[in-house]
Write a protein that binds this ligand. Structure first.
Ligand code: NAD
Ligand code: USQ
Length: 401
């Protein structure tokens, strides 16, 4: 396959590009380095020393004998350049990672909210409209999120893969329909993924574009077999209060002896997937495109669910580092159940990596190796959902031990 990876310099995009290249696909990355600029803005760096993309690509060719192409381009702001790139590269598959993906970053200020909405919805819409002009037969594989479904209202009812059979009632009449699962975003970032869904729906219906939307859970882990091949291929490891995600944060905190920062009760249940499974799922989805004219294919890309406080207890038991409940800076249900259907990727051949496979220890080892690069002042979550939300400080009960 000729594959274009939008956002291929990021946490998921880089290992996915290498995985696809290693399997003989012809890969080109497009990225505008917005994520590296966010590091500069926040004064926070990846815990691992990620190399400039040019160096990464040179190292990959040295190590593998394969070449991954690159073009610097802002997908949200340069629609003509994007159309030209699609016409030139004629991709069979476009993997779309190129969005601002941190919920706390999207809630920092009015400017961050606007940036996240402008960047993410323009990137997705520019891509769809450019595909109609330049490569209407290509298959778009988009990285969406489990967060589009929302948390807390299902009382344990399994979350289906995107669509819900429903009985509609209006004006004394009834009809059966299969509808997009009602969206219930928990942040401005998650809201942009709900907006993306409507854009996909329209372009699949109107132009027959082939779209797979992968509703991915929280990704944990950092390395894949390809990023392990050479230290210049190392993947990013976010641990700061904006971009760090919960399990990697706990593992990194354990590595440096920092109390584990549980927000609120820790009763929030979320879906998880290891980065090794992310890259496999993307390839499985890319190899099985829907037909032209078919509705958007939605797959839940996750392998297990966990409650935040259970993860913290597990990491604490492994390492002896204490749990520290904090005020919750977010507006979210304090407790929720989460049951998720993920049959399609399992049928396509995914063999799930689980927390019990020893990879948590690997993440701790990576974090220990780079612990000297950690800036402890960046660990706290300073972004709040509303002005009245509690700051993420240790609760008195936690301070008292
Ligand atoms: P990331 O921020 O590390 O990578 C995103 C990449 O896209 C960055 O390299 C960035 O520079 C680039 N980018 C952003 N806007 C762009 C633009 N306008 N033009 C060109 N490039 C642009 O994020 P990630 O963790 O790799 O996530 C990738 C995708 O997967 C996101 O869409 C995210 O919503 C989704 N996802 C991530 C997770 C997770 O836990 N990391 C979970 C579920 C879904
Ligand atoms: N949390 C803590 N302590 C922390 C950090 C987070 O208790 O130190 C809690 C949060 O309050 C939240 C949960 O852990 O309840 C998950 O937070 P997160 O930052 O790990 O994940 P989230 O903000 O949901 O976003 C991440 C990715 C996003 C992706 C999403 C998948 O950044 O790109 O879409 O996971 S999902 O959660 O399934 O929607």
């Amino acid at each position: 396959m000729r594959v274009l990876v939008l956002g291929g310099d990021g946490f998921c995009g880089w290992p996915t590009s290498l995985h696809l290249s290693a399997r003989g696909h012809d890969v080109t990355i497009i990225d505008n380095f917005a994520r590296r600029r966010a590091d500069v803005e926040l004064g926070a760096e990846s815990l691992t020393p990620i190399r400039p993309l040019e160096e990464r690509l040179r190292a990959w060719t040295e190590v593998s004998g394969r070449r991954v192409g690159f073009q610097e381009l802002d997908v949200a702001r340069d629609p003509e350049g994007l159309t030209r790139a699609l016409a030139r590269l004629r991709p069979d598959t476009i993997v779309h990672f190129a969005e601002q993906r941190a919920a706390p970053y999207s809630m920092k200020s009015a400017a961050h909210k606007r940036y996240t909405v402008d960047n993410n919805t323009s990137a997705t819409h520019n891509l769809l409209s450019a595909m109609v002009e330049a490569c209407p037969d290509a298959h778009l594989v988009h990285l969406g999120t489990m967060g589009v479904y929302g948390y807390g209202k299902t009382k344990g009812m399994p979350i289906p893969e995107g669509y819900l059979p429903a009985r509609l009632r209006s004006g004394g009449m009834e009809a059966e329909a299969e509808i997009l699962y009602p969206a219930d975003p928990g942040s401005v970032y998650h809201m942009t993924k709900c907006l993306d869904q409507l854009l996909f729906y329209f372009y699949a219906k109107n132009d027959g574009l082939r779209v797979t939307d992968l509703h991915q859970g929280v990704v944990w882990g950092t390395s894949t077999p390809e990023t392990d091949l050479d230290e210049r291929l190392v993947n990013r490891f976010d641990y700061d209060g904006d971009y760090g995600t919960v399990l990697n944060r706990f593992l990194m905190q354990a590595a440096i002896g920092h109390p584990l920062t549980v927000h609120g009760t820790g009763g929030q249940t979320r879906a998880f997937i290891h980065i090794r499974d992310t890259v496999r799922c993307v390839e499985l989805a890319a190899l099985t495109p829907p037909r032209r004219g078919e509705r958007v294919r939605i797959l839940n890309q996750m392998t297990e669910t966990h409650r935040v406080r259970d993860l913290a207890r597990m990491v604490s038991a492994m390492t002896g580092v204490p749990v520290q409940p904090m005020g919750n800076p977010r507006k979210e249900a304090p407790e929720n159940d989460l049951v998720v259907v993920n049959d399609t990727l399992l049928h396509l051949g995914l063999k799930p990596t689980s927390l019990s496979d020893g990879l948590m220890e690997e993440v701790i080892r990576v974090a220990q190796r780079h612990a000297h690069r950690c800036d402890r002042s960046k660990i706290a979550c300073t972004s709040r959902w509303t002005a009245t939300d509690q700051p993420a400080e240790a609760t008195p009960q936690a301070r008292a031990g």
